[in-house]
Design a protein around this ligand. Structure first.
Ligand code: TXA
Ligand code: MG
Length: 326
């Protein structure tokens, strides 16, 4: 075992926080069976205590330690997608801490697909509760440096696994209601899920039944610079207006730089969804640090392949520039 993994396990057992890489984003981990350790997650993130956490497991064999019912559909999805970017919401066992579930009757579980995370989980041999390792409402970290920027010495140890290969958070699928419901889109799409289940998941949740999913808040995953989603024509229009007003602006667009000007910082985004997702949070962080009046993002195409990316962009646009995220 790598020495840093041994140190991480010792710290988790001592009730401390450890940040670690996953294939999606970095997580801020604590022993999911230790309520005092879980309380440190909420304190470090500034996250409301009733927002539930995902429990990361070393293998699907651990499911039944956390879920009181493991439906056949959960087994099939786990076999198909784990380790991987899919979180399953199942009915909790009674002994699962309320700090993990937010007091709900369900628990979110996933086996992440990252060698360092799997080594850590296997050595720990238990559940590690981990939200994304950012302050509440802000952009999720996709590198160890981002975690340090977000949390500083609030997290005593950050395992460095390099940049996250996927770059946006896992798909969350609720299997606790009889019909499967996608609560948060991610790299595992509704079509992938339907292929395994033989039925399509629902993708919208009736308002009254919506569980508390902080990832479902409109103002989330946001930079502090105002962010506007624009069409390609709208981009040129907004740019001209900004330059007339003498405003410094940042652009994230799939095209090469269309306007060269000292007030404009242009970042080219990959033209396909996986690449776009991979770079998205790092690009927003970089552009956010420039002190621009606005970040203009050219809206990617519609369609299922772009669903998760468009979801994060919409939330970033809704929440940008606010310091008091809900
Ligand atoms: O990719 C990911 O899922 C990353 C990595 C670290 O695994 N984690 C992550 O955690 O994004 P977090 O806490 O930032 O977002 C997890 C989402 C939250 O919106 C939370 O409300 C929801 O999962 N969640 C957790 N347990 C739930 C439950 N029992 N019912 C409904 N939503 C739940
Ligand atoms: Mg998060």
């Amino acid at each position: 075992m790598r020495t840093e993994v041994a140190e991480a396990v010792a710290r988790l057992r001592a009730g401390e926080l450890v940040a670690f890489p996953t294939e999606t984003v970095y997580g801020l981990g604590a022993d999911a069976a230790n309520p005092a350790a879980l309380a440190k997650i909420f304190a470090a993130k500034g996250r409301p205590a009733d927002h539930p956490l995902i429990v990361h497991l070393p293998s699907p064999a651990h499911l039944a330690r956390w879920a009181r019912e493991v439906p056949a559909e959960a087994e099939r999805l786990a076999a198909a997608f784990w380790p991987g970017p899919l979180t399953l919401i199942l009915k909790r066992r009674p002994e699962v801490s309320d700090a993990v579930t937010g007091g709900q009757d369900t628990v979110g579980l996933r086996v992440p697909n990252h060698p360092l995370a799997l080594e850590l989980l296997t050595a720990f041999d238990g559940g590690i509760a981990a939200p994304s390792a950012n302050r509440f409402g802000r952009i999720s970290p996709t590198s160890a440096d981002h975690v340090r920027e977000e949390l500083g010495d609030r997290v005593p140890l950050v395992l460095d696994g390099g940049p996250c290969p996927i770059g946006i958070e896992s798909t969350i699928l609720d299997l606790s209601r009889g019909v499967p419901v996608v609560l948060r889109p991610g790299a595992v799409g509704a079509t992938d899920i339907a292929r395994v289940l033989g039925r399509a998941p629902e993708t919208t949740v009736p308002q009254a039944e919506t569980p508390r999913v902080s990832g479902s808040l409109e103002a989330h995953y946001a930079p502090s610079t105002p962010l506007a989603l624009v069409s390609s024509d709208g981009l040129l229009f907004a740019l001209r207006n900004a330059l007339v007003a003498g405003e410094k602006v940042a652009v994230l667009a799939p095209t090469a730089q269309a306007i060269t000007h000292e007030l404009v910082t242009w970042k080219q985004a990959p033209a396909e969804p996986a690449g776009f997702a991979h770079d998205l949070y790092a690009s927003l962080r970089e552009l956010d640090a420039l002190g621009c009046v606005c970040i203009l993002v050219q809206q990617p195409p519609a369609g299922e392949a772009w669903l998760a990316v468009n979801d994060r962009l919409r939330r970033a646009a809704a929440g940008a520039g606010e310091d008091d995220e809900t």
